[in-house]
Design a protein around this ligand. Structure first.
Ligand code: SAH
Length: 400
């Protein structure tokens, strides 16, 4: 029998307004027995059916919703969910066959695809997945089976070495599912050949959420010098080269990431005009400034500085520091591409930080484009956590 989670009366429940999470302090009682990861039923304070979800008493989030319909949660359920996630991407990108397509896509984006805890990316036909919660991990075999059936990928790699799994009481594991393949997968992004290390790369190997933003940079780089700070495997820098940049400097703290960037540069014949520097961007930006270095275009794409709301203030100080320094090393009228992937930092806070930095730098900032994550990482109404990436393309002008 499915256990029943009864919501507390007299408190506002986000779950009644479209949000997919129930916290333990929102629960009055649980009827019946369950094991962590099991499917449970959620009932309103009035005793009405609300949804089905999976429970994990060891996680900060007690229940994550799977369905607001009273239905069987089985193979067919997951098939329907996966099919609609795939259909959405087919529509977005005009994909005929995911296995044959040379591009990269996020096929499943967790809560935004009504499959909390599941992330699936595909790079040039090779599929990489993460089951980040216990409740979804229990369905791993079913999901792999269905993905194999629905996508027929060239290969499958499991990246369940993400530390968040530990919060769910899950082991960290990674490896091939089925036949091994060369983990250095090649894909094409906006016409650039990109190598993705699905085995040792960060997260699933590549950051597809910035894909359209890398293209947005292109009209501004022809014949220009570009600093790609926090470059990882060179996504923005390679795109700038494709746009006709005169010179690109990729800067990242990770040597392994820069090796990937170099390999991709080689593959595209960009190697002559690209330089690579390993170092802490905070230090290197300071050094570049003190040496009087200057660039026509600077890209800043740091990792999430705020992992919780409590960290926002310090994060904003960090963002401000790098943005201020970037503005100082930009040539007059140069362009700054700046991002934050912290969900906890709001759009308003990010823009305010940028304007603050411009004021301190004694510059005007012209916002050319305000963008976010690509559409294969959709933002779902009622689920603010699905919105995380802020990207601003700005022109930095002297005050005159
Ligand atoms: N711009 C990249 C993604 C960047 S992800 C792309 O288009 O794919 C963030 C990157 O910042 C990671 O590669 C990480 O290694 C790097 N990083 C983290 N802290 C850093 C620091 N203090 N200085 C330089 N790089 C850093």
């Amino acid at each position: 029998m499915t256990a029943v989670v009864n919501l507390l009366p007299g408190v506002p429940h986000r779950v009644l307004h479209g949000h997919p999470w129930v916290f333990s302090n929102e629960v009055k009682s649980i009827d019946g027995t369950y094991s962590p990861g099991d499917i449970v039923e959620i009932r309103s304070p009035g005793g009405k059916f609300v949804a089905l979800g999976y429970i994990n008493p060891n996680s900060a989030i007690l229940v994550r919703l799977l369905s607001r319909e009273d239905r069987a949660i089985d193979r067919d359920f997951f098939r329907e969910r996966l099919q609609s996630a795939l259909e959405y991407r087919r529509t977005l990108f005009g994909v005929q066959s995911f296995a044959e397509d040379e591009r990269g896509f996020r096929l499943v984006f967790s809560e935004a695809d009504f499959l909390p805890g599941l992330v699936v990316d595909i790079f040039g036909g090779y599929l990489v997945f993460q089951t980040l919660t216990l409740g979804i991990d229990k369905w791993k075999e079913t999901i792999i089976d269905l993905l194999a059936e629905l996508v027929s990928p060239k290969g499958i790699y499991e990246r369940n070495d993400a530390p968040v799994r530990e919060l769910e009481g899950l082991d960290l594991v990674a490896g091939y599912v089925g036949k091994p393949f060369n983990p250095l997968v090649e894909m094409v992004e906006n016409g650039v050949r990109v190598l993705v290390d699905v085995q040792k790369g960060q997260k699933t190997g590549y950051f597809l959420d910035q894909s359209a933003n890398r293209l947005a940079l292109r009209p501004f780089v022809k014949g220009k010098t570009v600093l790609d700070a926090f470059s990882y495997s060179g996504g923005f820098g390679l795109s700038a080269m494709m746009g006709g940049a005169e010179e690109v400097l990729c800067l990242d703290v990770s040597e392994a990431a820069l090796d990937m960037a170099k390999a991709s540069a080689e593959l595209n014949g960009f190697r002559q005009k690209m330089r690579f520097r390993a170092g802490n961007a905070f230090d290197v930006l300071r050094e570049l400034e003190s040496k009087g270095a200057s660039f026509d275009v600077v890209v800043l794409d740091p990792p999430a500085f705020a992992r919780s709301r409590k960290m926002v203030e310090r994060a904003l100080a960090g963002y401000k520091e790098i943005n201020l320094r970037a503005m100082r090393i930009l040539k007059p009228g140069g362009f700054l591409c700046t991002s934050s992937c912290s969900h906890h930092v709001t759009k308003e806070e990010f823009d305010a930080m940028l304007f603050d930095a411009a004021r301190d730098a004694g510059k005007y900032l012209r916002i050319v484009e305000s963008r976010g994550q690509r559409s294969d990482h959709p933002i779902l109404s009622g689920v603010p956590e699905t919105e995380y990436l802020k990207f601003r393309l700005c022109q930095v002008l002297p005050r005159h």
